[in-house]
Design a protein around this ligand. Structure first.
Ligand SMILES: [Zn+2]
Length: 152
């Protein structure tokens, strides 16, 4: 039962990513934000949760170089000699999200500044012949503001 309740929220998140948007679920009762959105508030168990678009900006809390990538990434050339980065981002709106980190040096993860401003980026890739959109985070421009387009 729980599994079925979770599905629409995660689906909404994935559908938003395809449109290059980042969404959360906001509980209308206690105001808690959940990423990805879920139909049941984890804080107060309310079912009154609305999907809300986020800015896509945040800061990097931690980052790890992955040397043993999943198969589809091995096909893209990632591996022991060419790691990729995964990190935890604290979004400006509060929630934390784990995602791939791009446009930073995976061979020198120790040189990546923790707390750095990052923004949501989207990449289109084919996985087993099907187009998929992936959410990642990369360095945000220093002068970011509301006029910048998200994920473009
Ligand atoms: Zn709540």
């Amino acid at each position: 039962m729980q599994q079925q309740q979770e599905a629409p929220g995660v689906l909404a998140f994935q559908q938003a990513v395809v449109q290059h948007k980042l969404v959360a679920g906001r509980c209308r009762k206690c105001n808690t934000l959940h990423v990805p959105p879920r139909p049941l508030c984890g804080a107060c168990s309310s079912l009154d949760v609305a999907t809300e678009e986020l800015s896509g900006y945040g800061r990097l809390l931690g980052v790890t170089a992955i040397h043993l990538p999943p198969t589809f990434m091995q096909r893209e050339g990632f591996g022991r000699e060419r790691p990729y980065l995964a990190g935890v981002v604290e979004l400006d709106e509060g929630p934390r999200i784990t995602a791939r980190i791009v446009c930073m040096d995976a061979l020198k993860p120790e040189q990546i500044a923790i707390g750095a401003r990052v923004m949501a980026m989207y990449s289109e890739r084919n996985v087993d012949g099907k187009p998929r959109t992936w959410l990642a985070f990369g360095p945000a421009p220093q002068t970011h503001g509301s006029v910048l387009t998200r994920g473009a």
